[in-house]
Design a protein around this ligand. Structure first.
Ligand code: KG4
Ligand code: ZN
Length: 355
């Protein structure tokens, strides 16, 4: 099939996603989130997420088929996230996909969740038409920033050549937002709350550390240090905790808005400066931004400014395609089929730490 009709299934974290694409055309993207059930715990509880996937899968599938106006029989192939992610959560989606494949005889493709975050940029219009005809720009990079990942990737070929240039060595950026929001008493998920509060604060009131930026980690372009393109956010989280403690020890009001703004500036500054450096030193001319933290107003602003200054074209898909969803899984599955790559079969296991 030249333009295969592909059903994509995503269940790596708290979103049950079913998306359907035809070739590079998005037909539907249906997502059911269990976030509400995790809020009171201040983080995603794997067991609850797995049970929620089990409840949500069939209704989400039915809604997606209905919205796209297709029957299961019409589908050419099924694609499913096989990792990385929460093991139990992945198992629900993978098991459902295998069952569908066996029952319908449709071929099954195991999909790397991180590569799918990039593959979504190939859907028509996903990046404002900047990727015409579903063809990737030649020197493409991707900056993925979410609750589970913070990585800069070079994409030579979406189907078989994705290289990780750098990543966080501890917490993901979204995780840092969530932890700091908890410290500041802002609730969960913390990203949107900090984003909003930071607008009322003075980012220059406090200077928080930018992790892994010392010369011993950075090295030089000729002799790169061990973490030139890597990030670390756990020290920043500790610095925020110390800062709050100091205000409290002095019996002063904690300037929550200033701390939120200064924390956000530290995160966004180091993410964008290292991402742009990696692009410049690796000949990357086009950068795709993805992940839930791509919703952050300051990250979008500073990435845009620094890419402009460096002559890099920035592509930002709509938010519903940036956060976890099934359409991105279907989009990458479709690319694999169009590239002539064969299915995975049904013998593969989910891999929670898939690289
Ligand atoms: O991609 P995503 O929906 O799920 C994961 O794969 O993790 O990302 C969720 C993360 C959460 O940590 C949330 O706090 C963060 O994205 N987030 C934000 C914003 N909106 C969501 N972080 C900063 N600013 C935002 N506006
Ligand atoms: Zn994700």
């Amino acid at each position: 099939t030249i333009r295969p009709l592909v059903l994509g299934i995503e269940s790596s974290c708290d979103e049950t996603g079913v998306g359907i694409v035809r070739g590079t055309t998005l037909l539907t993207n249906t997502v059911s989130s269990s976030m509400d059930e995790h809020v009171r715990f201040g983080g995603v509880i794997p067991e609850i997420a797995s049970r929620a996937h089990l409840d949500a899968f069939v209704p989400t599938l039915q809604e997606a088929l209905h919205e796209a106006g297709v029957a299961l029989d019409d589908i050419d192939a099924i694609a499913v996230t096989s990792g990385p992610g929460l093991a139990g959560a992945l198992m629900v989606g993978v098991c459902a996909a295998k069952a569908l494949s066996v029952a319908t005889g449709k071929p099954l493709y195991a999909i790397n969740h991180l590569v799918a975050h990039v593959g979504v940029g190939l859907l028509d219009g996903a990046t404002g038409g900047a990727v015409p005809g579903g063809r990737l720009p030649e020197n493409l990079g991707a900056l993925l920033v979410s609750g589970g990942h913070t990585e800069i990737l070079r994409i030579r070929s979406i189907t078989d050549d994705v290289e990780m240039l750098g990543s966080t060595i501890d917490d993901a950026a979204g995780e840092a937002y969530d932890k700091v929001a908890r410290l500041l008493g802002l609730g969960y998920p913390g990203g949107p709350a900090i984003d909003k509060l930071a607008k009322q604060g003075n980012a220059k009131a406090i200077r928080f550390p930018r992790g892994l930026t010392q010369p011993k980690y950075m090295g030089t372009a000729e002799e790169p240090g061990p973490h030139r393109y890597d990030w670390s956010f756990s020290g920043l989280k500790t610095a925020v905790a110390r800062c709050v403690e100091q205000f409290e020890a002095r019996g002063e009001d904690v300037p929550v808005a200033d701390i939120a703004a200064a924390f956000q500036e530290a995160v966004v500054d180091v993410i964008t400066s290292k991402a742009v450096l990696a692009c410049k030193e690796n000949g990357i001319t086009d950068l795709l931004l993805g992940g839930g933290v791509a919703a952050n107003s300051r990250l979008r602003e500073l990435t845009g400014q620094r890419c402009d200054a460096a002559g890099i074209t920035l592509h930002v898909p709509p938010l519903a395609l940036c956060t976890d969803n099934g359409a991105m899984v279907a989009a990458l599955g479709s690319q694999l089929i169009m590239a002539g790559i064969g299915p995975s079969g049904v013998a593969f296991a989910p891999d929670s730490s898939l690289p």
